[in-house]
Design a protein. Structure first.
Lengths: 186, 186
DNA sequence: TTGGTAAACGGAACAGTGTTCCGTATGTTT
DNA sequence: AAACATACGGAACACTGTTCCGTTTACCAA
């Protein structure tokens, strides 16, 4: 493994900061040029460090995604019931998504540029969700046969378009969805 | 009101056909030039007849939207319970959305180009949904205070990304959401 | 210190798409 | 048939993503 040049390392840091700021201000779909200008580098430099938009987004939000993943087992251990743990974890997930403008949309586009983002969610968050689902199903609190992937996609979809719009509260809708997972009443 | 020229009327028809075909083949985000080529006209002609993409989509799907709107009262009159009517109507709505690739996405983008589409849904479908919700709430079958707009946006969102993907069934997720509207169990 | 080399940079250039605009063509009317 | 209004076509512009290469810079060895 060869060491990277000092200027390259410096630029990568600068880019991460610039991207984070740009994402907050203009959403994750902010034009590449804007990020480049903000960082004071050429667009080529961005593509060299982060070949796809996914790579940049992943780099910026990596820690938060990890934190969300880590919270799953913990919630399961400390919650009164698995269903409550599931609901609480989904809440964390929703919080993460709705505070990143455009991220929910990006997550569910089939654009190849978001491949790695997709991959990270699948790799880190999906197993956590699956574990929580399993526990809740095992306790008879939700119907069996609900897939983690479809649940996460559904929840992610529900988060689209929630930008502090008072007429649409993603958390509320997600709450209904999670409630609807319970077994049919007799 | 002045009569339109014959060639203009002819072109409008041709464009509707071409757009409908293009939507089926490539989704509602098919490039304008593709539709123009298909219809054998210049892009200017499209923009003259349909200034925004919304106008074109609305023109193409107008009848189906009307049919969906008309089905609401009918379902309410013939269903065993208001909740069943609501579920059945939402099913129609979902059917409409998932068979039009990209329509659900378009519906929830804030792009100004989809203004009229948004407007038509609000104007025609929203009252129908509100009526069904009211009936169900009145019968105590769902919690009160659920807004028609948020429900329709939620349902629309859940339909995003369902392209016959076996791993994601929008209808199933919507079913859970509607089920979750029921009052909390004691 | 001083080359020499590989790594990294910048930004021009290209590609795809939406949108506008105007010279030209066509239908309509007198 | 002439004159006019309407409509047409597509070039041209704007915006964004992406690639590519001539130039610059950091690093190291002599």
């Amino acid at each position: 493994m060869v060491e990277k040049r000092a200027d390259a390392r410096r630029n990568q840091e600068t880019l991460l900061d610039a991207a984070a700021a740009a994402f907050i201000e203009s959403g994750v779909n902010v034009p590449v040029r804007d990020i480049a200008t903000r960082a004071g580098v050429g667009v080529g430099t961005i593509y060299r460090h982060f070949p796809t938009r996914s790579d940049l987004i992943v780099a910026v939000y990596h820690h938060q995604i990890e934190a969300c993943a880590d919270a799953g087992p913990e919630l399961l251990a400390t919650s009164a019931t698995p269903h409550l743990a599931l609901a609480a974890w989904i809440d964390l997930f929703v919080d993460f998504l709705v505070t990143k403008h455009g991220l929910a949309e990006a997550l569910h586009s089939d654009d190849a540029a978001f491949e790695r983002l997709h991959g990270l969610f699948l790799e880190r968050l999906l197993p956590v969700c699956a574990r929580l689902l399993e526990a809740a199903a095992g306790a008879g609190e939700i119907r069996p046969g609900v897939g983690a992937l479809e649940l996460m996609r559904g929840v992610g979809n529900l988060c689209i378009g929630d930008r502090g719009d008072p007429r649409y509260d993603a958390r509320r809708m997600v709450g209904f969805l999670i409630e609807g997972l319970r077994p049919p009443r007799r």
